[in-house]
Write a protein that binds this ligand. Structure first.
Ligand SMILES: N[C@@H](CCC(=O)N[C@@H](CS)C(=O)NCC(=O)O)C(=O)O
Length: 231
């Protein structure tokens, strides 16, 4: 299996959507059979010959899939003898709804906090494309977004209140074991951890503890990745 992800300096691979799949592959004991290949913002030839413009992309025995949720669904349906990511068809559909609601909201808030840090961990050849596309998306210069980044940290924290309520009585979103819904949210935290020194959660917040549990899953798989220290 090949997983295409975004490149970064110092192997600080930060793509939030790819992190969902990295965790899912570990969950389903498939990571050991996976080769990770880095794609550049400035050169997507490895994936765009299949019509894809974003990562993650998964290639499995001649089958190519993109869109993180589609990849998770594929893994779930193809590898049925490994631990389930969703716990059934209905949960999968409900998780998709959460996915659709979560992504635009969290992306736009977190981008306003870390975009300047992400810019710093890009390979030099990717900076021009990233600046052009992200400044268009945010309607501001990266440096001006950074000036206001502190303002968005409490907004980000407040946005996570529903998850805080869920996690309060559980180790993970649905009980004692992580499921894809945990990886959905966790991907965003890995985006921040691997690109930015900013601390986006307050120590001892229930989500801070949840994030620690997530970092420690699969023998500390996420924790061992190159990023910044979480305090
Ligand atoms: N909905 C997609 C989003 C994927 C996405 O936006 N990936 C980003 C990296 S985190 C990307 O590849 N961007 C390429 C670009 O902006 O040109 C998914 O869930 O896979």
């Amino acid at each position: 299996m090949i997983l295409y992800e975004l490149d970064a300096i110092n192997e600080q691979y930060f793509s939030p959507y790819t992190w969902r799949i990295l965790m899912s592959l570990n969950h389903k004991n498939l990571y050991k059979n996976t080769k990770r290949v880095q794609v550049k913002f400035s050169d997507k030839s490895l994936i765009n010959h299949k019509g894809f413009n974003t990562v993650p992309v998964l290639e499995d025995k001649g089958i190519w899939i993109n869109e993180s949720f589609e990849i998770a669904k594929y893994l779930e349906q193809k590898y049925t003898d490994t631990p389930s990511l969703f716990g059934g068809e209905k949960s999968m559909k409900l998780t998709f709804i959460i996915n659709q609601m979560l992504d635009p909201k969290i992306l736009s808030i977190l981008a306003r906090i870390i975009v300047a840090d992400v810019y710093k961990v890009l390979k030099p050849e990717d900076k021009k494309y990233f600046r052009e596309t992200r400044e268009k998306m945010l309607n501001k210069k990266i440096e001006d977004v950074e000036l206001e980044s502190d303002k968005y940290i409490p907004i980000f924290q407040k946005e996570l209140n529903p998850f805080r309520k869920i996690i309060k009585n559980n180790d993970y979103m649905t009980g004692n074991h992580p499921v894809y819904c945990d990886y959905l949210l966790f991907g965003f935290f890995m985006w921040a951890r691997n690109s930015s020194p900013k601390q986006i959660l307050v120590k001892d917040d229930v989500l801070w503890h949840w994030r620690n549990r997530m970092l420690n899953l699969f023998n500390g798989f996420a924790k061992k990745s190159n990023g910044f220290e979480i305090k």
